[in-house]
Design a protein around this ligand. Structure first.
Ligand SMILES: NC(=O)c1ccc[n+]([C@@H]2O[C@H](COP(=O)([O-])OP(=O)(O)OC[C@H]3O[C@@H](n4cnc5c(N)ncnc54)[C@H](O)[C@@H]3O)[C@@H](O)[C@H]2O)c1
Length: 260
């Protein structure tokens, strides 16, 4: 029970990695506010946690909207009185296979950067005054291995250019924020997942299923560990960074990629 007595906000918790992180946090004893733009779906995750004896509430939030983010933080404080952990998971790159810069519209650029990068800024900005007051906080940001610009022919990433730029931006955001907030007892780290096959109905899973057999085979064989990642592989890494086990780790990036 590494998160016993801790409170957390997890964004993007309706499905995929955010959902897996929420389930792992619950098994480690955290009380949570689960936030997602898919209100009904995130409520189901909170209900599942409740049925299994955990503590979670859900809230429908667009994390690219500053006032909605402020409402999310206010709700968490109303529920639990404090927030120890923020996980910035909400993000993604949609489902359209757009790979060439000349095909990327300005709107797609803005939307992808907003949901993957600006959202982390807004959520951290809203929670930091509270964490600073308590002299304690753990912020974990979801970057991506695609931040390194390594998507070639293979990959499920859709609007991959702005996505790579935004996930790379998450790294700079993490490094600088960790430096700025270290003296306040607030740790900021990032996780860099590789190809993680989420559950049916989630974005990466469904896009992967649509790919031709040979492409799926090559993607699976591309990792030294010879399998796609599982959501729980990422959740365990996030739980470590959110817990006091990571007692001297801030401004770091943990790769969860199955090797290079
Ligand atoms: N699955 C992977 O292989 C992989 C790899 C690297 C990085 N990531 C990153 O991990 C995170 C989770 O990925 P996933 O595969 O679970 O994605 P997903 O698309 O399955 O889930 C993302 C969740 O974020 C929510 N969301 C989207 N926009 C939102 C908004 N404006 N406000 C609130 N919620 C919003 C969605 O409703 C969804 O529940 C993302 O940041 C993604 O970029 C995933």
């Amino acid at each position: 029970m590494r998160l016993e007595g801790k409170t957390a906000i997890i964004t993007g918790a309706a499905q995929g990695l955010g959902r897996a992180i929420a389930l792992d946090f619950a098994s480690e004893g955290a009380a949570m506010l689960l936030a997602d733009i898919q209100g009904e779906k995130v409520a189901q995750v909170a209900a599942l946690i409740g049925e299994n004896g955990g503590q979670a509430e859900a809230i429908e939030v667009d994390v690219t909207n500053a006032s909605a983010v402020d409402r999310m933080v206010a709700r968490a404080l109303e529920l639990y009185g404090s927030v120890d952990i923020l996980v910035n998971d909400a993000g993604g790159s949609g489902n359209q296979g757009i790979q060439d810069i000349t095909d990327v519209t300005e709107e797609q650029w803005d939307a992808t950067v907003d949901v993957n990068l600006k959202s982390a800024f807004l959520c951290a900005k809203a929670i930091v005054p509270h964490m600073r007051e308590r002299g304690y906080g753990r912020i974990v940001n979801l970057s991506s291995f695609s931040a390194k610009g390594n998507f070639g022919e293979l990959g499920t990433t859709a609007v991959r250019l702005p996505y790579a730029a935004a996930k790379s931006g998450i790294l700079g955001f993490t490094f600088q924020l960790a430096r700025d907030l270290g003296p306040d007892g607030i740790y900021v780290n990032a996780v860099q997942p590789g190809f993680i096959l989420t559950e049916p109905g989630a974005r990466v899973h469904d896009r992967f299923e649509e790919l031709p057999d040979d492409v799926r085979d090559r993607m699976t064989r591309a990792t030294p560990l010879g399998r796609p990642g599982r959501p729980d592989d990422v959740a365990k890494a996030v739980t470590f960074l959110a817990s006091d086990d990571a007692s001297y780790t801030t401004g770091s990036v943990l790769e969860v990629t199955g090797g290079r």
